[in-house]
Design a protein around this ligand. Structure first.
Ligand code: ADP
Ligand code: ZN
Length: 733
């Protein structure tokens, strides 16, 4: 019998991020299992914790007793317990951070429904000869003729609790629940039928099916251009997976989790899908979790955090748009859903299917190295060709004295669209990187007093606003620096584009979509519907309109400024630019009339822009992977970023230097960059300094690095400097 337990204390603090051992009092020994939540003494108070594992002995002295069990049911599965340790090692986070990310808060706090209530006879029970156990036979007969019954009702009908227990143990009865309709609050849909697969789709489907039959962990990259019918391949693979009595997990970017998408999945697998999205209330989330844990949900569809859904017997994990940065969490644990998914696929001996039109360099590189299987689909489902892409050199426009934010070519095409009564999308990169107030005489740019970034102009409120901290100030009439009067704003923000279009074509109706106009989810779908119903001819928007917008009448896509993403101080900038342009281009030529894309740029010969214009992933990959190889960037190396921040500039540097010096002997051949100011040196009055480790296979030095991190935390616990550690960060700004 195990007499001791290793416990994770339920407090988010470095001070308790270590294994705590407790004695299990004899009366609790039969009930305590790994994953259970318990009450324990800590110092002179009482707190809660989770049992990580049971121990036969311990050398820790003195030992205290577990006080009580908080929740009789284990909150974590065996798989989750083991994933927890992996997460805390790989991503340098506290175990409690990993646990909190894995299990929804409402579920941890025990706000969940009772176990499924109804009892019915199992297949086995219906056949079983019970003539020598009359009490059991009576119960079975009753259930067969009048069931299913709730437990309470069954007992009222004279069946004893011990009989129910015996029947349950022998597998002669089973619990069923109607949580599905409870949870979804709507009718089960009637099933929609699968499409007959095209040749390329069928080929991919066969490979995926074959891999699933092998029952070995397998990672497959499905590189399919937009509208090549990847979703259909996912769905039929899921169907095959369910047929084998296994479950499937599907991850999509949060922004793609639209009602249409959800209907699509629920329609194909009626009554089997649990959808995890950010609009669920905590109670709903807990109920979904219960439904997944109990095995009622066979398919889980959700965004990043759904990767932790406690499905059992997983046969297939799909990650759609696998290159999306939203799969990486930006707070502890700073995990990448793709890596967690691969961990789970190995655990379940399942297939991990990554789909994208523009795979991440990491994934495509692995596939070319034959570590993963590469499948491709290069034809659109509909016979319409990919749209032609025209690049416009904005430097030349300027030289030829055309100073508008729209080039002459874009204007001409826009007029064509308006004349023919078609629709156009105008795409502007994320707000905040465009639109600043500048003095044309001295070059002064108005910046946020507490962050090291320029302020963005919001014309509707006549204010300038900082997009890091929210600071607002009035637009100056004269330059605060030289007093000049030629101060004016420079932008290609969504609002500027809207104003210009209104000036040029006052009669044309338009919609603008960015995070200012779509603060609510409803606004988002309202605009979507309006444009779909052709209430507007021009849709102006940010990233938000680059994905999943599927309008057959859009015949023109204009990228107003392709360079904003390219100019970020980040080695992944060319990759982001390529992905973004490809995605935006995919928004047109969806209908009979075809379509056209115009890309305005100050870097017309940059390879990522040229490759995107040619719809040529391969040439982009070749160029970019060579650059990464030469500069030793991922996928050839791993990065670990240590970011220090605090209000006292000197102390931040001191802490960073101390840590960097301590790391030096631990990191072996890895390159150490820093300490140096981060690109965004000041955010919300906090100075930011970083040290980046770069090297091959950095997971090998994890134990050493962890040791240094522990030393850091105990060295100067009073340092008013926050340190965050990020393994393979996606953004290093
Ligand atoms: P992707 O995910 O690759 O961008 P989609 O899955 O959105 O592509 O497919 C584009 C459209 O083609 C969808 O409307 C889908 O229903 C349809 N489609 C997919 N496969 C087939 C097929 N085999 N036969 C007919 N239509 C299909
Ligand atoms: Zn600011």
């Amino acid at each position: 019998m195990h007499q001791y337990a290793e416990i994770i204390i339920d407090l988010v603090s470095n001070a308790v991020d270590q294994p705590f051992h407790y004695r299990i009092p004899p009366e609790l020994r039969a009930k305590i299992v790994p994953g259970i939540k318990v009450k324990v003494p800590l110092g002179n108070r009482q707190t809660e914790g989770y049992v990580l594992r049971l121990l036969k002995k311990t050398s820790i002295e003195p030992l205290r007793d577990i006080i009580a069990i908080s929740d009789p049911e284990p909150l974590l599965t065996v798989e989750q317990l083991s994933l927890l340790s992996w997460l805390s090692n790989r991503y340098y986070c506290r175990k409690i951070d990993a646990l909190n990310a894995m299990v929804p808060a409402s579920f941890r706090q025990g706000k969940r429904p009772k176990k499924p209530q109804l009892i019915k006879v199992s297949d086995l029970g219906a056949k079983f000869d019970l003539s020598r156990a009359p009490a059991q036979k009576e119960a079975i007969d009753l259930l067969l003729s009048k069931g299913p019954y709730s437990r309470k009702k069954l007992e009222e009908a004279g069946v004893s609790a011990s009989t129910i227990r015996t029947l349950e143990k022998r597998g002669l009865i089973e619990y069923i629940s109607s949580t599905y309709t409870q949870v979804n609050n709507k009718e089960q849909k009637s099933q929609t039928l699968p499409h007959e697969l095209h040749e390329e789709q069928a080929n991919c489907f066969n490979h995926i099916g074959e891999a699933m039959r092998q029952k070995r962990p397998r990672r497959i990259l499905l590189h399919g251009i937009t509208a090549s019918g990847k979703t259909e391949v996912y769905m039929q693979s899921i169907a095959a997976c369910l047929e084998k009595k296994e479950t499937a997990l599907v991850l999509v970017p949060e922004i793609a989790l639209t009602p249409q998408m959800i209907d699509h999945f629920e329609g194909r697998f009626p009554g089997k899908v649990s959808v995890l999205h950010s609009r669920l209330t905590p109670a709903e989330k807990a109920r979904h979790w219960e439904m997944i844990k109990s095995g009622e949900a066979k398919v889980v569809l959700g965004a990043r955090s759904a990767v932790f859904a406690p499905l059992k017997h997983i046969g297939l994990i799909v990650i759609d748009e696998e290159h999306e940065t939203t799969y990486k969490q930006e707070e502890a644990p700073r995990y990448h859903a793709r890596d967690v998914a691969w961990w789970r696929a190995r655990y379940h001996r399942a297939v991990l299917l990554l789909g994208s039109a523009t795979p991440s360099l990491e994934s495509y590189y692995r596939a070319t190295e034959r570590e993963d299987l590469l499948l491709s689909m290069s034809a659109r489902v509909t016979p319409i060709q990919l749209p032609p892409v025209q690049i416009v050199d904005m430097r030349r426009e300027l030289k030829e004295n055309h100073r508008k934010i729209f080039s002459r070519m874009l204007l001409e095409e826009l007029e064509g669209v308006i004349e023919r009564d078609e629709q156009a999308l105008l795409f502007i990169n994320r707000r905040g990187f465009a639109g600043f107030v500048l003095c044309r005489e001295c070059g002064y740019v108005v910046r946020c007093p507490s962050c090291d970034v320029s302020l963005t102009l919001h014309l509707d409120r006549q204010l300038m606003c900082c997009h890091y901290c929210g600071h607002e100030s009035a637009v100056p009439q004269t330059c605060p620096d030289c007093g000049g009067i030629k101060i004016r704003y420079f932008s290609a923000g969504t609002q500027r584009v809207e104003d210009e279009i209104k000036k040029l074509y006052p009669q044309v109706s338009l919609i603008r979509m960015d995070s200012d106009t779509t603060t609510s989810r409803q606004a988002h779908s309202r605009y979507y519907r309006q444009f779909r119903e052709r209430k507007a001819s021009i849709l102006i928007g940010t990233q938000m309109i680059a994905k999943g917008f599927d309008f057959p009448d859009v015949t023109l896509v204009g990228v107003v400024a392709a360079d904003t993403a390219l100019n970020l101080p980040d080695f992944r900038a060319p990759e982001r630019t390529f992905q973004l342009l490809t995605q935006v281009a995919g928004r047109t030529a969806r209908g009979e009339q075809g379509g056209k894309v115009i890309v305005q740029t100050y870097h017309p010969s940059h390879y990522s822009i040229l490759a995107a214009a040619a719809h040529d992933y391969h040439s982009f990959f070749e160029e970019e992977i060579e650059k990464r190889r030469q500069l030793s960037y991922p996928p050839f190396t791993d990065l670990i970023r240590f970011l220090f921040s605090g209000s006292d500039e000197k102390l931040v540097f001191e802490a960073a230097s101390w840590m960097t010096a301590m790391l030096e002997p631990a990191v072996g051949a890895a390159e150490m960059l820093g300490p140096a100011p981060a690109s965004l040196y000041r955010i919300k009055d906090m100075y930011r300094v970083q040290t980046v480790l770069k090297g091959e296979g950095l997971t090998r030095i994890t134990p050493k690095v962890k040791k240094v991190i522990r030393e850091y935390h105990s060295h100067k616990p009073s340092w008013p400097v926050r340190m965050t550690v990020d393994f393979n960060p996606l953004v290093v700004l």
